[in-house]
Design a protein around this ligand. Sequence first.
Ligand SMILES: Cc1cc2nc3c(=O)[nH]c(=O)nc-3n(C[C@H](O)[C@H](O)[C@H](O)COP(=O)(O)OP(=O)(O)OC[C@H]3O[C@@H](n4cnc5c(N)ncnc54)[C@H](O)[C@@H]3O)c2cc1C
Length: 457
Amino acid sequence: MSARIAIAGGGPTGLMLARLLHGDGHEVTVFEADHEIGGLCRSRDVDGYAFDLAGGHIMYTRDPRVDAFWTSLFTDDPLTSIKRDTRILHDPDHWVSYPFENGLGELPLDHNLECTEGVIRAHLARSTAPQPEDFRGWIDWKMGAGVAKHFMAPYNEKIWKADLAEMGTTWIADRVPDAPLEDVLRSSLGETTEGYTHQINFRYPTHGGFADIHERIAAPVRDRIRLNHRVEQIEQAGEEWIVDGERFDLVISTLALHDLPKILKGMDPTAADAARQLRFRGVACYLLGVEEEWVKPYCWVYLPHAKQGPANRITYLSNYSPNNAPTGKGSILAEVTYDPDLPVPDVTQQGRRELARALQTAGVMDADRVTVTDAHLNRVSYILYDLDFEAKRNATLAYLDGLEGFEAIGRFGRYEYHNSDQCLARAFELHERLAPSLARGGGDRRGATLDGGSPLA
Ligand SMILES: Cc1cc2nc3c(=O)[nH]c(=O)nc-3n(C[C@H](O)[C@H](O)[C@H](O)COP(=O)(O)OP(=O)(O)OC[C@H]3O[C@@H](n4cnc5c(N)ncnc54)[C@H](O)[C@@H]3O)c2cc1C
């Protein structure tokens, strides 16, 4: 049996599902609002420089199936392997190893002392102090006052554009490096240790920027993708679904949950209200082509301090593949997060010049010797984990997961802090769950919920 399946959104999640379901012989249609596919994983060529439009992206995963799938996609042009070497720019003379607690010995001595003392005090206090529910309290509780002051608080305020006391902590596991005390003490005494080791080796496409992954995923379904089609209405009609006037047996939505109340006709008011209140952040990305001498031998560098300008992170993208910049040149990709309810960062020529000047002040580059620039605004990039995040998300999904023939999936399609590898893993899982009943021509497609599936960690 061949089912008519609408996939809303042509990012990694939607493309992977389109590939899998098309492979089973179903009639898939991917609706993508933009003029190109890839979502947050898009790249653009700018005068010979690869520009990953939503910031520095790398390929790493704990999922063996995704790992093997990536390898199989690139047999004709093997992926480049890279060993992570990443810094935190403490000041122009101190490029401290990342994660911060694994590089304390590289700080000025008084700052090292403050951080180390704080880590020990926090370690001792934790035996009696309960874990705070807000992120700002959690930072002190977990890492101590010194690390909070010299890195964690300013960096997180910069990236989240939010009061950290109004953020929750449920997202932290696996997202914030957690160094054992012994490693911290060793690093404080001058022996830099490795943290966050699951990410220490990563891969990257040799040609075409990060987008090459999703261009390849989409290859078998190219003619099933409708670009420049923003889905405006999804409506249930008996056993069928109508998407902008066309009939389907199944809808797979990777659309942001906060947009669904405008799109999904007849959405339950409580769920719609919860969805509307989910919050997110955007990221403005700036590509700066520079002379090779300004490219440090690092992958990416965090800029935690306000005096270092608006960028929270730069990536030396030309270090990921020799094809990411013309010979003799290099590239710096800077990320500036923003609150979409406030004026957006300036991505005009003037804004790019100002950003380059700020990076010069921070000690990163010579702003007068930038050879090429480009910039891109990504309005929906990071989930903001405010204190009632879980309640709002759960209320939204409780309703959506009960709809027969409608599947919500994806980074913003389920509001899960997923990298693209986890999006692919979830697509595999959903495909496995749907395949038997789709093959039978319908019936109960729900089976176990996604959240009940095996953990990806
Ligand atoms: C700064 C940053 C760094 C990251 N680093 C990494 C990394 O190192 N490695 C990694 O693997 N991942 C990384 N990620 C995560 C990765 O980008 C996402 O996990 C992935 O892109 C999510 O895929 P998705 O398909 O769920 O959503 P998206 O990529 O957001 O795609 C959703 C698609 O839906 C389309 N759409 C939206 N509304 C409509 C509509 N109404 N109608 C039709 N189409 C619509 C959008 O245009 C978009 O194409 C990073 C993300 C950010 C922001």
